[in-house]
Design a protein around this ligand. Structure first.
Ligand code: ADP
Ligand code: MG
Length: 140
């Protein structure tokens, strides 16, 4: 069943993601969808805090595709914004989640075959600073 929460600031979204991080098991994949400016990167910043990593490392990786923030666990931060379907397949994202690391993927709706055992986090701009965040739990 999806969890839905409404936030009213970037900090609130970060706090939601920070709390959500405690639900993630090793190797978990978090698929983020939502328009530009919806708050996907802010959510990943909150994930980093929740995982005990430095949130200042988290920037929009639009030009790098994949960033790794090292820690225990590490966090891979992926942004598919610039890619097309076949290019996404070539990234080998499956391998990123084969170990303990957590994987967060922005623009996951571009994945031709998203993993079925992943979390979905959808962010919607509800006007002004309001964002609706829908979290659908990973199927084991
Ligand atoms: P995305 O990665 O989805 O493109 P970002 O996280 O980079 O989005 O940017 C979200 C922008 O929206 C930031 O400028 C942030 O300050 C602003 N913002 C305003 N209200 C919120 C909110 N409730 N949650 C998250 N971001 C918000
Ligand atoms: Mg982003």
């Amino acid at each position: 069943m999806p969890d839905t929460v409404t936030t009213h600031s970037e900090d609130e979204t970060i706090a939601v993601a920070r709390a959500f991080a405690s639900r993630l098991r090793p190797g978990a994949v978090v698929l983020l969808e939502g328009d530009l400016g919806a708050g996907k990167t802010a959510f990943v910043r909150g994930l980093a805090i929740g995982l005990g990593l430095d949130p200042d490392l988290v920037s929009s990786p639009t030009f790098t595709l994949i960033q790794e923030y090292r820690g225990t666990p590490s966090l891979y931060h992926v942004d598919l914004y610039r890619l097309q379907g076949a290019e996404v397949d070539d990234l080998g994202l499956d391998e990123l989640s084969s170990g303990e690391a957590i994987v967060a993927i922005e623009w996951a709706e571009k994945m031709p075959q998203p993993p079925t055992d992943a979390w979905w986090v959808r962010l919607e701009d509800a006007g002004g600073d309001e964002r609706r965040i829908v979290i659908v739990e990973a199927r084991p």
